[in-house]
Design a protein around this ligand. Structure first.
Ligand code: NAD
Ligand code: MG
Length: 399
């Protein structure tokens, strides 16, 4: 018997990226449950063209008007009725359109903030992969979610694991009584055992080769510096309403336990699985039901053992910088994020040594004056200013 479902319409922001591809893979497994309303990409027009033919969205969005015109012609020729839009405003439009039920926020970096916020403001079910948006604007973002009644479901594997280990029906921003600690697991990335002196010689190819996960380039570098875990500490603070002292980072090289919640009675609840983002994506798409994600079953006998270590803050100074920014509050996390994006971009372009990423971020945090982050304009100003400062610190290193 075929079950009848209320078909959900989805906008995928960042459809051509690693999370976007995994999302469309899960969506395609359940055509009776999900339809695609809009797909967006930055410059990867060929990939987006193929995705439009396959998923037949009502809208596609790219960055440049010229790309949009060319893509529209190709889609028309192929008999595909998708309408192509261009520019950042169009991202917000397809994220907040009345037809849309769910928005997968999977643009990388600060570019995702405005459209993700637009989805939250319009009361959508927001599937949040774009952690940078929440890091930049935590308080504002959570206020918008509360005010509109939007549903916020974490896609980041750790936060999705925590969400699964928290009591049913907890309110976003408030983990609830009985929770004593959040244990955020981290693989430690490719340089967990590399001598600290050798980090100066790390190339982009070495840094993006993650031992357990296949991801976009920026987050792969963030995993290698552990800034990714730092951003995730800030993300967990906002999503679950837990203070920094109660969020503990645990290095777990096998990446099988995706995070844990410790309770006052001594219980520790963990979520386990193979490292495959389709699990948290499927969990959030179907929540509170469960659907097949195409993920192979976890074989504990093949895993054999699970190990745990404390993170070494000398090896991973970026992790300490994220705790510092969370403690400073206000615009500091937005400054941290912007400086990190500039430093990582410069590293990937070959203009900055790997072991100098943290130095650029620390100098930027010192240089930008603290401010209360009480509006989107203040956050976007802090982002701009921090980018300028960070770029000048990168240039000082180059000289
Ligand atoms: P990616 O680089 O593979 O893809 C990024 C997507 O965003 C692409 O579709 C790209 O076209 C689009 N994009 C890039 N810059 C843009 C801009 N300026 N304007 C509009 N669109 C733009 O990145 P990813 O690895 O899929 O990560 C996406 C987000 O998910 C990030 O915030 C990352 O931290 C988070 N995340 C990723 C993973 C993972 O396994 N890849 C896991 C957890 C969280
Ligand atoms: Mg993660």
């Amino acid at each position: 018997m075929v079950m009848a479902y209320d078909k959900k319409l989805i906008t995928v922001l960042g459809a051509t990226g690693s999370i976007g591809l995994s999302t469309l893979d899960v969506v395609a497994r359940h055509p009776q449950r999900y339809g695609v309303f809009a797909l967006t990409a930055h410059r990867q027009v060929d990939k987006l063209f193929e995705q439009c033919l396959l998923h037949r969205p009502a809208y596609a969005v790219v960055d440049l008007a010229d790309d949009a015109r060319r893509l529209q012609l190709r889609l028309d020729d192929a008999g595909c009725s998708t309408e192509v839009l261009a520019g950042p405003e169009a991202l917000a439009t397809v994220a907040s359109a009345p037809e849309v039920d769910m928005v997968m926020a999977a643009i990388v970096g600060a570019a995702g903030l405005v459209p993700t916020l637009a989805a939250a403001r319009s009361g959508k079910c927001v599937l949040l992969a774009n952690k940078e948006a929440l890091v930049m604007s935590g308080a504002l973002f959570m206020q918008e979610v509360a005010a509109s009644g939007a549903t916020l479901l974490p896609i980041d594997s750790e936060h999705n694991a925590i969400f699964q280990a928290l009591p049913q029906g907890f309110v976003p921003g408030a983990a609830g009584s009985g929770v004593t600690r959040i244990l955020l697991t981290a693989s430690g990335g490719p340089f967990r055992r590399t001598p600290v002196e050798a980090l100066a010689g790390v190339t982009p190819e070495m840094a993006v080769a993650h031992p357990n996960w296949v991801m976009g380039r920026k987050i792969s570098v963030d995993s290698a510096t552990m800034m990714n875990k730092g951003l995730e500490v800030i993300e967990a603070h906002w999503l679950f309403g837990v203070t920094a002292e109660r969020i503990e980072v645990v290095i777990h090289p096998e990446s099988v336990i995706h995070s844990m919640v410790a309770y006052v009675d001594g219980s520790v609840l963990a979520q386990l699985g193979n490292p495959d983002m389709r699990t948290p994506i499927a969990h959030a798409l179907a929540y509170p039901e469960r659907v097949d994600a195409g993920v192979r079953p976890l074989d504990l006998f093949a895993v054999g053992q699970l190990n745990f270590e404390r993170p070494d803050l000398e090896r991973f100074p970026c992790l300490a910088l994220a705790y510092r920014a969370l403690e400073e509050g206000g615009i500091a996390p937005a400054v941290l994020n912007a400086a990190n994006e500039v430093a990582v971009g410069s590293f990937l372009d070959g203009a900055l040594r790997f072991d100098r990423i943290a130095g650029v971020i620390a100098a930027t945090l010192d240089a930008v004056a603290p401010r209360v982050a009480d509006s989107l304009d203040v956050v976007l100003d802090a982002d701009r200013l921090a980018r300028q400062q960070a770029a000048s610190f990168v240039r000082q290193y180059v000289r």
